[in-house]
Design a protein around this ligand. Structure first.
Ligand SMILES: Nc1ncnc2c1ncn2[C@@H]1O[C@H](COP(=O)(O)OP(=O)(O)OP(=O)(O)O)[C@@H](O)[C@H]1O
Ligand SMILES: [Mg+2]
Length: 373
């Protein structure tokens, strides 16, 4: 928890979980606990910024389980991943002698491991003169040893959709490992729902049947968000009425990240009491804060018809209707279909029913409407 009180903006967005800023997710959290307690691996899925990392960090901080947390976006190679696994194991064992640790736990790697002592603890690195296969099997052996007396050992791997940047072999190798090691449980988490679904929940997926799905893609509930906003404003020396809090909820739809960022912007904008005008200003601030990210997303999407289809969806048009296709100069329904499929695959759009789609990110949707109309 961060210092707060009167005069300090109480909203938090960033990588570090703050228990005092955590709203709801009770059902999902207890599903996670239950699955792990019963010895099952879990796969947490949701679009970007829906709170996967915060849920994992809450689990790490509060579940009482012995956990190792690894983030695939912050490693550059399989070697680096294994080195991080070793560093986290050392921390978990609460040892203070790295040399003894290497001798006891990494005998076969001892010639290749080095360590440095930094402000964040002891960091291990692995030399280049040993092949990846051996490093990986020794790292698994280390986890197994840990689990002998810290059972069950939970290994949380965040941003799993990025595994290809680490190693194509990772899913198969982890799968082989946990099938023979029941007291090591994995919690995977990833955005790019489409890809995670394919990997874990379709019969052709490399990790099919490897874990229970925990869907975190719902928005936060209205009442809890309103109560949270009122409590945070009051606790920091400002005031927000329930009706303005409700308007903030409507704008953000209860998207976890935007609830925090809009709260943050609104708190900065208003003097003592948040008004409707402050809310409009906060939304402008938020959009200009995010503009760069949205433009980058549009750039990456690049395809000729993407913008048009996004505008159609944002303005609630049936993207397959003859009139809409004519208005937006899209040659035929199959082009619209191909484009929307791509948008779904990349996690920008969700299908509600036939012909009826939604842009998942509510502020991106607002941005599209403002930018292109
Ligand atoms: N349950 C929650 N209650 C309140 N705020 C939340 C909650 N979960 C997440 N947030 C807010 O949303 C932000 C994004 O959450 P988080 O980083 O966990 O998302 P994520 O799904 O891991 O995103 P990414 O896919 O980009 O890694 C957090 O920094 C926090 O501000
Ligand atoms: Mg995350």
């Amino acid at each position: 928890m961060f210092p707060g009180g009167a005069g300090v903006n109480p909203f938090r967005f960033g990588r570090h979980y703050d228990p005092d800023c955590f709203i709801d997710r009770e059902r999902e959290y207890s599903q996670l606990l239950n699955a792990v307690q019963s010895g099952n691996n879990v796969v947490v899925v949701a679009p970007r910024r829906f709170g996967k990392t915060w849920l994992l960090q809450k689990f790490l901080a509060e579940s009482g389980f012995q956990c190792i947390y690894l983030d695939l976006l912050s490693v550059i190679s399989l070697r680096d991943l294994c080195a991080k696994m070793i560093s986290r194991s050392f921390e978990l064992l609460k040892l203070n002698d790295p040399v003894k640790f290497i001798k006891e736990y990494l005998k076969n790697l001892s010639r290749y491991v080095s360590f440095s002592i930094g402000t964040d603890g002891v960091n291990f690195t692995l030399g280049k003169d040993i092949d990846e296969e051996s490093i990986l099997s020794e790292s698994y052996r280390l986890l197994e040893k840990l689990a002998d007396f810290l059972a069950p050992l939970i290994v949380c791997i965040d941003e799993f959709q990025a595994y290809r940047m680490v190693s194509e072999k990772l899913p198969g190798s982890i799968r082989g490992f946990f099938q023979t090691t029941p007291n090591v449980i994995f919690v995977f988490s990833g955005s790019m729902q489409h890809m995670i679904e394919e990997l874990f929940f379709q019969s052709k997926g490399l990790m099919y049947h490897s874990g229970i799905k925990l869907d975190l893609s719902s928005f936060l509930p209205k009442e809890e968000v309103i109560n949270y906003l009122v409590r945070k404003f009051e606790g920091s020396g400002k005031h927000i009425s329930s009706s303005i809090a409700e308007r903030l909820y409507e704008i953000t739809k209860g998207h976890p990240y935007y609830v925090q960022v809009m709260g943050y912007e609104l708190w900065n904008t208003c003097s003592k009491e948040a008004t409707e005008e402050d809310l409009r200003e906060a939304l402008n601030q938020l959009i200009s804060r995010e503009r760069h990210t949205y433009d980058m997303a549009l750039d990456v999407l690049g395809q000729k018809y993407v913008r048009k289809v996004l505008i159609m969806i944002a303005s609630n048009k049936d993207i397959f209707s003859i009139e809409a296709l004519r208005e937006f100069e899209i040659p035929n329904p199959s082009v619209a279909n191909k484009t929307v499929k791509k948008l779904i695959e990349l996690g920008f759009v969700e299908k509600l029913s036939r012909g009826n789609y939604e842009i998942i990110d509510p502020i991106f949707e607002e941005y599209i409407l403002r930018r292109f109309s």
